[in-house]
Design a protein around this ligand. Structure first.
Ligand code: IPE
Ligand code: IPE
Ligand code: MG
Length: 254
């Protein structure tokens, strides 16, 4: 403890800021919420309880990010590759997702959050599709953080979809080859209404994209931790943002 105090004092002496700088909060944070399975396994609990605890943590983190002034939070809840998991896990996950979406205004978002779902929604069970429509409608006028839940989401799938849409427009004669630029393309992605993520947080020690926001993360700053998603608390979000605030973002320039 005394060591820790000393560390704070030394940093203060050097004039370094301690804590999150409220003037430089990332506008958009993306999270790969990983490690629910390992969290349950370590406790000898059924895997679904890890996912359930993970959803409780999400609720807390959404509120905290909203309080900090983060405008967009995009969380990976189910990938296009997660269908490869055992049927029992997929079924239980779909049941949990349905339950959470039914009460998403209270269970995920909090008072003023605007909730949207990104991904191949048509590939989800119909009851989930209906809840997505409902929750997007009832929260659409909210003025707080925009919580984007990536569900049946895959970055490659998203890019292929965008290409198909553009080819259809070309076939109909709506657009020509030289109309298509990065801006035009980005507007065809599921994320058309938001800026690219500034910061990506991935928990549980994996250091890969896992097909998440491939186009959008061209210049995103990455922050990894070995902590499993259900063990994440507000303090880790502070840690990630403080690290982000030390980074020098160059976007290819000088
Ligand atoms: C992340 O937790 C949540 C989903 C992929 C739905 P995992 O289930 O991948 O947890 P680990 O990686 O097995 O620990
Ligand atoms: C990424 O985690 C998907 C979600 C968190 C929903 P995975 O656990 O599926 O990723 P891999 O398989 O370790 O790459
Ligand atoms: Mg995993």
């Amino acid at each position: 403890m005394s060591l820790f105090k000393g560390f704070l004092k030394n940093n203060k002496d050097k004039g370094e800021r301690i804590g999150v700088d409220p003037q430089n909060i990332p506008t958009h944070i993306a999270i790969i919420m990983d490690g629910n399975g390992r969290w349950a396994k370590r406790r000898k609990l059924p895997k679904i309880l890890g996912h359930r605890e993970g959803s409780n943590v999400l609720k807390k983190i959404v509120r905290y990010c909203d309080k900090l002034g983060v405008k967009y939070l995009t969380v990976y809840a189910f990938s296009t590759e997660n269908w490869k998991r055992p049927k029992k896990e997929v079924d239980e996950l779909m049941d949990l997702l349905l339950e959470k979406l039914k009460n998403a205004e209270k269970e995920l978002g909090g008072d003023q959050a605007k909730i949207r779902v990104i991904g191949n929604i048509k590939g989800l069970p119909i009851d989930i599709q209906n809840e997505i429509k409902r929750v997007e409608r009832v929260t659409s006028q909210n003025s707080g953080i925009c919580l984007n839940i990536a569900l049946n989401y895959g970055g490659r799938d998203e890019i292929v979809n965008a290409v198909k849409e553009i080819v259809t427009e070309a076939e109909k004669g709506i657009i020509k080859n030289d109309h298509i630029d990065e801006e035009y393309f980005a507007k065809k992605l599921y994320t058309w209404y938001m800026p690219d993520p500034d910061l990506l947080i991935r928990t549980s020690g994996e250091k890969r994209h896992s097909n998440y926001l491939l186009w959008q993360m061209a210049y995103t700053e990455f922050w990894y931790t070995d902590v499993l998603w259900p063990d994440i608390s507000e303090a880790y979000i502070d840690e990630a943002i403080m690290e982000y605030q030390k980074r020098n973002r160059r976007f290819g320039g000088v």
